[in-house]
Write a protein that binds this ligand. Sequence first.
Ligand code: GTP
Ligand code: MG
Length: 238
Amino acid sequence: VILDRHNRLNTADLKARLKMIDLPEGNFNADEITEFIDQMQVYEGAMYEISTKLEILDDEFQVRFSHDPIHHMERRLKSLNSIIGKLERKGLPISVNSIKDNLFDVAGIRVICNYRDDVYSVSNYLSSQSDIQVLRVKDYIKNPKQNGYRSLHVIYAVPVFLSSGAHYTPVEVQFRTIAMDYWASLEHALRYKTDLPDAKLSEHSQTLLDCSRSLQNIEVQMQNIHRDINGAPQVGEA
Ligand code: GTP
Ligand code: MG
């Protein structure tokens, strides 16, 4: 199952909104608007290519092992507002070249797996495909963030073929288990809940850290049962 967190790229709407953006250096001109829209189309193509590869892997596992490693996927293109907001926050120029050079998460896919073994097998099979490159890996499962966040982040470069040839385009893929996703959704909600008193916020943050560790233990136990059912070796307790 793939959930599209936004509709397909709407170029007319994007064009209208690009025209209205006020920049210190003056508004985008017609060529810049066209260039921006073309680039977004390339990001969309890259996102579809990687999601198709993931669906094919999931189908193969289903046929060969009667097991679906991927519970579901979510994909999205970064919105115009988020793109500009991020460039501004980082003090970078607002231009298509600046996006291409600095933003690696314009195309994003979240792959929610059933078990931790699935996270690593799916990501390893994808990473070893010869037509794509791995640009960066951040393994917050082996090394969780201080707040308890866990996920495996991989940035791939995938060739998108247009009439002008191959355009190697980055796609950020976040691989995580259902439990990691469950945790990250609540932590994300807390992060944007700014009207809570500081004492409450820090109490909740501590509880979330405890929850992250508990979920990690539950995952190991359930993974072991699943491995036993399927005749695979056990993992040690976390
Ligand atoms: P930015 O994209 O600028 O954040 O820097 P980065 O690319 O170095 O970040 P990183 O790879 O660590 O994380 C990118 C994405 O992972 C974020 O946009 C979130 O979707 C997710 N993420 C990272 N850390 C957290 C976290 O602590 N909590 C939650 N809920 N999500 C996180
Ligand atoms: Mg990022």
